[in-house]
Design a protein around this ligand. Structure first.
Ligand SMILES: NC(=O)c1ccc[n+]([C@@H]2O[C@H](COP(=O)([O-])OP(=O)(O)OC[C@H]3O[C@@H](n4cnc5c(N)ncnc54)[C@H](OP(=O)(O)O)[C@@H]3O)[C@@H](O)[C@H]2O)c1
Length: 263
């Protein structure tokens, strides 16, 4: 192989870490994972890691050019809408192949009582009348949407402490998944939870709360995913993403990367 293919993995998810781990041991690839730098002690993928924003789509395109990036896999969280849009714009401008790795959304099963919400604001508007003790698992961003609900009590579970407004009556529980069904059921019972609010993140690592809510007959406010640029090719799992990257290595006429020496 004349030169390695540099793969940029936009990360912040367990799938991104698994993808980087798989690709990092393969010959002919250089793998760089990118993290936003939101959490204080992120779980780091194997291989090279860079941290922090690029400065918009133009910054991402310029950074990719300087590093000689050959392909990009957007393995960010399904709710990280801005970086996905920037990746699509940057790759289109730079002529870089882009793949979206997005785990499938959760779907309701028999026994589930899900109320759909299009946004955190819609979720907050649904809550009065549904319950009085809320398990809120939408992350530390966007909690301001719930801050005016003074009649309700919230157990807010997130990885790092919230920085903006939070509801007046709440307890913050700092925790990082995965979460098992039995432990989730015990948590809900211990705190007298009568309604769950979650984003439709998908995946198995945090699905235990949905099973626990079903076990306990609790309603769930399910915040729908933001839309993504439809022109971007998408796969649902790490194996398919690995296959796509290896296909790019073998792509006939693959252009040599731009000189990254700065000369
Ligand atoms: N949103 C969620 O619910 C959620 C849940 C779990 C994990 N995460 C992870 O946390 C990160 C931030 O999520 P978010 O919703 O705040 O993102 P976002 O709103 O889509 O992105 C905001 C800005 O953060 C920077 N950024 C985001 N992800 C990046 C990455 N992987 N590498 C470099 N820069 C990145 C970009 O800054 P510039 O414009 O300066 O480049 C982007 O414009 C994402 O990487 C995501 O995978 C998000």
């Amino acid at each position: 192989m004349p030169y390695p293919l540099t793969v940029l993995v936009l990360g912040g998810t367990s799938e991104a870490r698994a993808l980087a781990a798989d690709l990092d041991i393969r010959p002919g690839l250089r793998v760089i994972s990118s993290l936003a730098g939101r959490v204080s002690r992120p779980a780091l993928p194997p291989g090279e890691v860079r941290v922090g924003g690029f400065g918009g789509a133009a910054g991402l395109a310029a950074w990719a050019r300087a590093e000689g990036v050959g392909v990009v896999v957007d393995a960010t969280h399904p709710f990280a809408r801005t970086i996905s849009a920037h990746a699509a714009e940057a790759c289109a401008a730079a002529g870089l192949p882009l793949l979206r790795l997005a785990r499938p959304a959760w779907t309701a099963r028999d026994g589930d009582d899900w109320r759909p919400a299009g946004s955190l604001e819609e979720a907050a508007a649904l809550l009065p009348g549904m319950g009085t003790r809320v398990l809120l698992t939408t992350g530390r961003q966007g909690l301001a949407a719930f801050a005016g609900l003074d009649e309700l009590w919230f157990l807010i579970r997130c990885v790092d402490p919230p920085s903006g407004p939070v509801p007046a009556r709440c307890e913050v529980m700092l925790a990082r998944g995965p979460y098992e069904r039995e432990a989730e059921r015990a948590l809900m019972q211990r705190f007298g939870i009568d309604v769950l609010v979650t984003k439709n993140s998908g995946g198995s690592l945090t699905a235990g709360k949905l099973e626990a809510a079903r076990d306990l007959g609790l309603p769930v406010v399910m915040v729908a995913r933001p839309s993504v640029p439809s022109a971007v090719a998408s796969v649902p799992d790490v194996d398919a993403a690995v296959g796509w990257v290896l296909g790019q290595v073998r792509r006939p006429g693959r252009a040599a990367p731009a000189d990254s020496s700065g000369a």
